[in-house]
Design a protein around this ligand. Structure first.
Ligand code: PEP
Length: 260
């Protein structure tokens, strides 16, 4: 089955509303009218309204980088899913390794957030990935499999097809060192097997699995050529309109425009 590729830009803590507006406009200009790919921009919370205005009449979705699992309450500094929805977000990154590492986010917290996101009809981008130490110890498949199982625990078979899973090896994020296509394919295939066991093989075939970790224009074509790589979650390169557009074109299988 051929899944529609999906590319998300995780802008992390970069960009005032003015800067995010300019970046989103540059990206839209650079991609033109691409049809064979889903695109999601994930600016900081504060820039969601500004980017929502830019993408309004384009087929580009808006995503948040995190959320709280509660609807509301005494959670200082947190943002709930209905609040994100009000701003136009349709997607939300959950369990990014920076949050797991820096904010102590556990698999249990990831599961609660995933549950909140799907309950409101949004799409979670559920991140899993091993550290270098875990890879070197031969534990990659065990670690990402356990993260996936725990994070998707509350998801029903009816909700599952719209999930997006992102495999992001921690050692590849922001390091300039990407997983090889073979390494990515091995993990993606294993994740899909887990999804088949958790749901059904037919549902697993519908769930898109992104690769993330130092994706650049020059490695995106060989990564997307892997049968179980369905797109990318892009950090650093998504802050550069030309680079991000080149990655999106690679995911869509569209050749780069000729330079004169
Ligand atoms: C990320 O943080 O999700 C990411 C993949 O970052 P980078 O592309 O910069 O490695």
């Amino acid at each position: 089955m051929s899944r529609r590729p999906v590319v998300a830009g995780n802008w992390k803590m970069h960009g005032t509303s003015a800067a995010a507006t300019a970046l989103a406009q540059d990206i839209l200009r650079a991609i033109g009218r691409l049809r064979r790919v889903d695109i999601i921009l994930c600016p900081p919370f504060t820039a969601l309204p500004a980017v929502a205005r830019v993408v309004k009449r384009r087929r580009v979705a808006l995503g948040a980088q995190d959320c709280h699992w509660a609807e509301q309450g005494a959670f200082t500094g947190e943002v709930s899913v209905p609040m994100l929805q009000e701003l136009g977000a349709t997607h939300c990154i959950i369990g990014h390794s920076e949050r797991r590492r820096d904010c102590g986010e556990t698999d249990a917290a990831v599961a609660r957030k995933v549950q909140a996101v799907v309950a409101h009809g949004l799409t979670p981008i559920v991140c899993v990935g091993e550290t270098l130490q875990e890879r070197d110890a031969g534990r990659t498949l065990e670690v990402v499999g356990a993260q996936l199982t725990a994070g998707l625990q509350p998801v029903t078979p009816e909700q599952a097809p719209r999930l997006i899973v992102a495999y992001e090896p921690v050692w590849a994020i922001g390091t300039g060192r990407n997983a090889t296509p073979a390494q990515a394919q091995e993990v993606h295939a294993c994740l899909r097997q887990r999804l088949a066991a958790r749901f059904t093989p037919a549902i697993a075939r519908q769930i898109r699995i992104q690769y993330g970790g130092s994706v650049k224009p020059d490695n995106s074509a060989e990564l997307i050529a892997q049968p179980d790589v369905d797109g990318f979650l892009v950090g650093g390169a998504s802050l550069d309109a030309a680079q991000f557009a080149a990655i999106i074109r690679a995911a869509a299988g569209v050749p780069a425009p000729a330079t004169t």
